[in-house]
Write a protein that binds this ligand. Sequence first.
Ligand code: FES
Length: 136
Amino acid sequence: MVEPLRVCPSDVLEERGLGVQWELRYCGMEERAFALRIDGQVYAYLNRCAHVPTELDWQPNEFLDTEKRYILCAVHGAVYSPKTGACVMGRCGRAGLIPVRVAEFDGFVHWYPSDTLQPPLEPAAPAPGEPTAPAP
Ligand code: FES
């Protein structure tokens, strides 16, 4: 059974507001995902355009267009459905966004790892005898 992992408190995600991002690995690569609330439901995708593998947000955590209807790629303006991740217009092709399974319970948004989407690796612990980082 796949254990869900916390993303953020549910009330952080406002209706068609800013997204919340978190780090994960996609096929072994360090990437970020984002979650948005649309019509009361939470949807999440890898923060990666289907045209060129670059992040989508045009300002930090700003994923929606000015009318708050579609997810917009900041680089070449590809437009995606926020509920399906499908390409609506532009250079996003048939693939669309890569969905991340999410659920809300206990007052938090959670995501579910999969074969291709995994939690980030923990920072490597210092080897025995190796100096540790100084305290701030
Ligand atoms: S990188 Fe997103 S449309 Fe080109």
